[in-house]
Ligand binder design. Structure first.
Ligand code: SF4
Ligand code: SF4
Ligand code: FES
Length: 369
């Protein structure tokens, strides 16, 4: 197939940055990483990028295609090339560029180190026999254990863009990998640490990390689980935690968000006094409702019934967090497609099923079957 790539080249010593276009022949089964290898081997040996395993496991080849983070070795080029589209390839975001597509991962590792990414066992001494844990208990952290430290989530994180000190999706997902581990004995210490400034409550819930993670870790869901565990352990001093709690009270009592009381409930009375002038100007322009009498939704019973249902299920902490659909799709991938099962390539809008060059003539059926 004929492939076109536009690659952002960057020279850290001179600061030169330019977009260079390459056109070349590649085998039909080539991935983006294979295509970069062809460019480097046959057209321009000065191109810099990282790679190692070529099989989506080492996490080295994170980069951006048309502005979104991808693993180059997971990205097949056939359909893109057939459509005639020439994608723009650039280095990952939120990390300093060293050269071309290579970023400095040190800020990533610094955050990772700061969450103590290792088990702190409950027991002081090694036991005589191995510590056997039920599979169901380990399933709680199955998704978080899939992380390959590629940095694709960090590349897309809106919070990190505005606050480089934010712990970020990868480090927080790693944090939940140990908070959720039944063998770990530092749960409260960890939750205290992760709930500090620049911690879990600074996530803006944009869900880009879930969208871009190539391994189905869904870091945003991990952050939600950390928040739920922090609440369960009474670690709710942060404004973000108080903000979330008021949403629950609002939904339960009125079925609406009680916005007028949101600021004092989140920031505390003293801090909110400073906002009175602003609040009065909103009030006079009809932008906020008076808190009394409270505005109760006509169908508030439904909202209360939902609250009661969740309480009755008694799914405490992280177990109460419902995984996103995308996450479920990744998990289903490991099961046989059959009655009641789903296949990741059967869903409307899902990725087309990959096929081998020998299947080329039947490619159309393979993609749609
Ligand atoms: S959901 Fe939170 S952690 Fe994930 S990319 Fe958005 S701001 Fe970052
Ligand atoms: S959470 Fe996903 S995107 Fe982020 S570093 Fe791990 S594997 Fe990569
Ligand atoms: S080269 Fe290892 S993940 Fe792509």
């Amino acid at each position: 197939m004929q492939v076109g790539l536009k690659i952002w080249r960057y020279d850290a010593t001179s600061g030169d940055r330019k977009l260079k276009e390459y056109d070349f022949d590649a085998p039909d089964e080539a991935t983006l990483l294979d295509c970069l290898d062809i460019v480097k081997d046959r057209h321009d040996g000065t191109l810099a990028y990282r790679k190692s395993c070529r099989m989506m496991i080492c996490g080295s080849c994170g980069m951006r295609m048309d502005g979104g983070a991808v693993l180059a070795c997971k990205t097949r080029m056939y359909e893109i090339a057939q459509s005639g589209h020439v994608p723009v390839i650039s280095a990952m975001g939120n990390l300093p560029i060293v050269k071309d597509l290579v970023v400095d991962m040190e800020p990533f590792w610094e955050k990772m180190r700061s969450v103590d990414p290792y088990l702190k066992p409950r027991y002081d001494q090694a036991q005589e026999r191995e510590n056997v844990i039920a599979q169901a208990k380990m399933d709680v952290i199955h998704k978080e254990s899939l992380c390959i430290n590629c940095g694709c989530c960090v590349s897309e994180c809106n919070s990190m863009e505005s606050d480089p000190d934010f712990l970020g999706p990868a480090a927080l997902a790693k944090g939940f990998r140990f908070v959720g581990d039944p063998r770990d004995g530092a749960t409260v210490e960890r939750l205290e640490r992760y709930s500090e400034e620049h911690g879990l409550w600074d996530c803006t819930r944009c869900y880009f990390c879930n969208e871009r993670c190539p391994k189905g870790v869904d870091p945003r869901d991990a952050i939600a689980k950390l928040g739920a565990e922090a609440m369960l352990h009474g670690i709710d001093r942060d404004m973000g935690a108080r903000h979330a709690k008021w949403f629950v009270v609002s939904a339960k009592t009125t079925g609406w968000l009680r916005e007028t009381e949101l600021v004092p409930k989140t920031q505390g009375l003293v801090k909110s006094i400073k906002e009175i002038k602003f609040a009065m100007s909103l009030l006079t322009k009809g932008k906020v409702p008076l808190p009394f009498p409270p505005h109760v939704a006509a169908d508030v019973k439904e909202s209360r019934a939902l609250y009661d249902l969740v309480k009755a299920q008694d799914r405490q902490g992280a177990l109460g967090v419902v995984q996103g659909e995308r996450a479920m799709m990744h998990l289903e991938h490991h099961r046989e497609s059959g009655e009641g099962g789903r296949h990741p390539y059967d869903e409307p809008g899902s990725a087309p099923r990959p096929y081998l060059p020998s299947e080329k003539d039947g490619a159309e059926e393979a993609v749609t079957s």
